[in-house]
Design a protein around this ligand. Sequence first.
Ligand code: SF4
Ligand code: SF4
Length: 87
Amino acid sequence: MVKFKYNSKKCDLPYEPEELRPTKCLKCLEVCPHNLLMFVPLKEKDRDGAPKKFKIHMIFKSFAKKFCPGCLKCVEICPTQAIRIKF
Ligand code: SF4
Ligand code: SF4
């Protein structure tokens, strides 16, 4: 069974007000052949109520078990070693 492990301290995804989303990196999302990864906001908000930062998330844990073949493309492309896949 594949487990997706992610370290948000190694992955800096600041909110970008002009785009209303994080725009930096996101290479793991682009490379995943099954579109299993997404970004979600962290709880901390700024004065306007916008999230300050985002994190990468596997869409559903059950999806990982069913659809992630453990190709390791997300691990290989991540420039900060923020992602690990455990078998
Ligand atoms: S191991 Fe492959 S399929 Fe699984 S989340 Fe990473 S890129 Fe996607
Ligand atoms: S590739 Fe790595 S650093 Fe870039 S968004 Fe994904 S987890 Fe973060």
